[in-house]
Design a protein around this ligand. Structure first.
Ligand code: ADP
Ligand code: MG
Length: 247
């Protein structure tokens, strides 16, 4: 069953067409890896799904509700309700520097006020334990390594109990020796059947963990399929050239 249906998304910046007829589905429990050269529109596509960018045409339907239908957006409360189904993890972590690790986890759900402080404390402690950072609960982001910061950012996204997690190059800002710990957390989530869309240059992760790969170039989806198809038998020259450079 499709949890996200994207059809014919179009967006431009002036004369530059950044997204051209982007169409794809994400099923529940899918791990989708989005690959492609820098500037191909991967971030813009991902950011459109959570309304950090507006599209000019096309539709995005998230578990049955339209975030945008044929280029028309609903009113803000409805948009917020739909984007709340998704959590986002950015390349540069975007943690609040003035809050401790645990406060970073608790701040967003606290504003929603569905849970008591005690419940939030408990749930955030459990998540920190899960990512191996319970002992850093009272630390500030500045005192963490990049890998630790990104693990905290993932835990923070999970605090909102999203149906889908989106990652925009989550390991690209990290020193190579720190990427493994972040990829491991993502792999664990995949094994727990979290639905994820991951923009990544980590071809190993795409091959090993994803069940669907989307190759984008120049604002278009050139091809998509199971990693065993895309990596071993790409159909298009542009995909072959990109993979030859990346593998
Ligand atoms: P990717 O994530 O694949 O590297 P992006 O989605 O970031 O690609 O960018 C796609 C294209 O859109 C690039 O050519 C980029 O320069 C351009 N672009 C992105 N954001 C803006 C913006 N705010 N204004 C103008 N051009 C932009
Ligand atoms: Mg990008």
């Amino acid at each position: 069953m499709a949890i996200i249906e994207v059809s014919n998304l179009k967006k431009s910046y002036g004369k530059l067409d950044v997204l051209k007829k982007i169409t794809f589905d994400v099923n529940k429990n899918d791990v989708v890896a989005v690959i492609g050269p820098s500037g191909s529109g991967k971030s813009t596509m991902l950011r459109s799904l959570v309304h950090l960018e507006q599209v000019e045409a096309g539709s995005i339907c998230v578990s049955g509700q339209y975030l945008v239908k044929d280029g028309v957006y609903p009113k803000l409360p409805e948009i917020k309700q739909i984007t709340a189904k998704m959590g986002m993890v950015f390349q540069h972590f975007n943690l609040f520097p003035h809050l401790t690790v645990q406060e970073n986890l608790m701040i967003a759900p606290k504003l929603v006020k569905k849970e008591t402080s005690v419940e939030l404390q408990q749930r955030s402690s459990e998540l920190l334990d899960k990512i191996g950072l319970l002992n850093r609960a009272k630390a500030y982001p500045a005192n963490l390594s990049g890998g630790q910061k990104q693990r905290v950012a993932i835990a923070r996204a999970l605090m909102m109990s999203p149906e889908i997690l989106l990652f925009d190059e989550p390991t690209s800002a990290l020193d190579p020796e720190l990427t493994g710990e972040v990829l491991q957390v993502m792999k664990d989530l995949a094994e727990e059947h979290m639905t994820m869309i991951v923009v990544t240059h980590e071809m190993g992760f795409a091959k090993e963990v994803a069940n669907k790969v989307i190759f984008m170039d120049n604002g278009e989806i050139i091809e998509s399929g199971h990693p065993s198809e895309i990596f071993t038998n790409p159909q298009f020259e542009r995909t072959k050239v990109f993979l030859n450079r990346s593998l």
